[in-house]
Design a protein around this ligand. Structure first.
Ligand SMILES: [Zn+2]
Length: 206
């Protein structure tokens, strides 16, 4: 059943290209809205009380038997605990193989002149400073709304997004979970339609 926006305990618009983080307590729900469509939302998850326990893409993929993240997916931690469960998804599938963009990946993929462009890793490092975490805590992430089809030969592509304006994902915390987002600033591939746009973050107590 659709949730009542007026009952949300948090409801903020996050500009394109910036980091965001919040602890979602056990039982609370987080909705991420792709306001204009075709925006990649690079997201990391941690045990809020012990950051060494974090989202594990390989455990999540193995346990659900699928490489895509959608309704019903249990986001598993490196200790095999469920951090969050995906409860709604109006888009269809989300990537957890592609990782997040960085000065290094921009340089290798797009050329030396792209090295200094703003990246998800810059956003994450900024947040790591705020949260007194360690850069080593930055591991695999989910790219909500990012379209990464896997071809027959196993090749990963990054293609035009399929999310429409207003598409959203919703997830419920099964344990107190620190959610760390980079609203991706990438301009060199179609993950954001070459035009990064804002997102809306909404939290409910249930
Ligand atoms: Zn990025």
């Amino acid at each position: 059943m659709a949730k009542d926006i007026t009952k949300a305990i948090y409801n903020e618009k996050i500009p394109a290209g910036v980091p965001w983080h919040m602890v979602i307590k056990k039982g609370q729900s987080l909705r991420i809205v792709d306001l204009e469509g075709c925006q990649a939302v690079d997201t990391l998850f941690y045990n809020a009380h012990e950051h060494e326990e974090r989202y594990s893409a390989s455990d999540t993929v193995r346990e659900q038997g699928s490489i895509f993240i959608t309704t019903g997916t249990k986001l598993l931690s490196s200790d095999d605990n469920v951090l969050m469960i995906m409860t709604e998804d109006t888009c269809g599938n989300h990537d957890t193989l592609g990782g997040h963009c960085s000065a290094e990946s921009n340089t290798v993929r797009f050329g030396y002149d792209k090295k200094y462009m703003h990246s998800c890793r810059d956003n994450y490092l900024f947040a790591v400073g705020e949260l007194e975490m360690n850069p080593k805590d930055l591991t695999n992430n989910i790219n909500f709304f990012m379209n990464v089809p896997v071809e027959e030969d196993g090749h990963l592509a990054i293609e035009d997004g399929i999310s429409k304006p207003g598409d959203y994902v919703e997830m419920r915390a099964e344990m107190d979970t620190l959610v760390l987002v980079s609203n991706c600033p990438q301009l060199n591939n179609p993950c954001n339609g070459y035009n990064p746009t804002p997102i809306q973050m909404i939290v409910w107590d249930e």
